[in-house]
Design a protein around this ligand. Structure first.
Ligand SMILES: Cc1cc2nc3c(=O)[nH]c(=O)nc-3n(C[C@H](O)[C@H](O)[C@H](O)COP(=O)(O)O)c2cc1C
Length: 367
């Protein structure tokens, strides 16, 4: 019997992945001054032994004011780097799962309360607040404080912050950097005509709106040279007149021409008027459209929960990999169950080899 498509290996640039299951980035809002702690070791540690092929660390701010909330993880100084290093050391001692990190600047969606405390925007004069920045002084929603439009000097500073974080990621031995251009954060704010109202070379035409994200991508790629770089993008704003799948395809082609190794297609997050047709595989058509425009691996995500569903997405060529967030927190052994159900093998830690289920006595490959 041939191997299920979900368990075929794949290359993402120089990185070899043993199967097609990726753990999507998930903010934990539990850092202290940008520093990871024991929670992150528990959270990332348990996902590291799930059998997935790649673990992606949550949206990590490249500057303090680029955090979504005051409790976001950061990678902007020696302290944040050391804290992340300690968590990685703990994971690496016991697991060889490749680990990527999503680098982010939240732009106008920064300076907010953690979601479980309501998630509201803080004013700059509140204890956990600061002045936000964006391509244009357009707030996310009309009742929020407007961001300050970035000038050329600040654009350079933020690009350099992405570079510095990518260098730190390289020093920490991370396997992949993912540039966050999705969910309405700063780089997405440049892409979308709804948030980018600039009249300089960074606004207006598609070519101009794409310019800054491409500049940041090129700088990060050079700083992380020799290793894998991917981009996560919203395939559409789900708002009339906003960023859409055709523009996403053009952006993807330009990224590929500049050496991007994979593109991860999510959606939405830019505008409160979005109308998202949420349902199983709801973002897969966006990935399929991008796949017809590029040759680099395309990752799909969003309400992929069943093993047959994931297998069909890969086997029919709609996407090259599936990413899981809620699904894998709900069932951290989802890749084991998928392998058992589809008749594949999965890598398990040696400490767990004796725990192989009796019904599936050929399930494990040792790590
Ligand atoms: C708790 C939580 C935190 C998330 N944090 C991030 C993040 O840091 N970066 C990001 O790009 N997406 C983030 N997302 C979105 C997920 O990566 C994913 O795209 C989304 O949840 C859909 O996948 P799912 O249906 O498997 O949950 C988060 C989602 C959840 C549930």
């Amino acid at each position: 019997m041939s191997k299920p498509a979900l368990f075929e290996p794949i290359r993402v640039g120089p990185l070899y992945l043993t199967n097609r299951i990726v753990i999507a980035p998930m903010c934990q809002y539990s850092a202290e001054s940008g520093c990871m702690n024991e929670w992150h070791l528990i959270h990332l540690g348990h996902l590291a032994i799930s059998g997935a092929a790649l673990l992606t660390i949550e949206a990590t701010a490249v500057l303090p004011e680029g955090r979504i909330t005051w409790a976001d993880v950061g990678l902007w100084n020696d302290e944040t780097e050391a804290a992340l290093g300690r968590v990685l050391e703990g994971i690496r001692r016991w697991s060889d799962i490749p680990i990527g990190i999503q680098l982010n600047h939240a732009g106008r969606k920064a300076s907010t309360e953690v979601p479980w405390a309501g998630g509201k925007q803080f004013a700059p004069n509140e204890p956990h607040g600061w002045q936000t920045v964006a391509p244009s002084p357009v707030p996310y929603s009309p009742n929020e404080i407007a961001p300050v439009a970035l000038d050329r000097y600040q654009l350079r500073e933020i690009r350099e912050a992405f570079v510095a974080a990518a260098i730190r990621a390289g020093q920490l031995g991370l396997d992949l950097v993912q540039l966050h251009c999705a969910h309405g954060y700063l780089l997405h704010q440049f892409l979308s005509p709804l948030s980018n109202r600039r009249d300089d070379e960074y606004g207006g035409s598609l070519q101009n709106r794409i310019r800054y994200p491409l500049e940041v991508f090129e700088a990060v790629r050079d700083a992380f040279r020799g290793k894998s770089v991917s981009v996560r993008v919203s395939g559409t704003d789900w708002v009339e007149g906003g960023w859409d799948v055709e523009q996403t395809c053009t952006f993807a082609e330009m990224l590929e021409a500049r050496g991007c190794h994979a593109i991860h297609i999510s959606s939405g997050g830019l505008h409160p008027a979005q109308k998202i047709p949420v349902g199983p595989s709801y973002q897969v058509p966006l990935a399929r459209a991008v796949k017809s425009a590029v040759r680099m691996p395309v990752v799909t995500v969003g309400l992929i929960t069943s093993f047959e569903q994931a297998e069909a997405i890969i086997a029919t060529g709609e996407a090259d990999m599936v990413a899981l967030a809620r699904t894998i927190v709900y069932d951290p052994r989802w890749p084991w169950h998928a392998a058992a159900e589809l008749g594949a093998q999965v890598r398990a830690p040696k400490q767990y080899l004796r725990t192989e289920p009796r019904r599936h006595h050929d399930l494990f490959e040792a790590e």
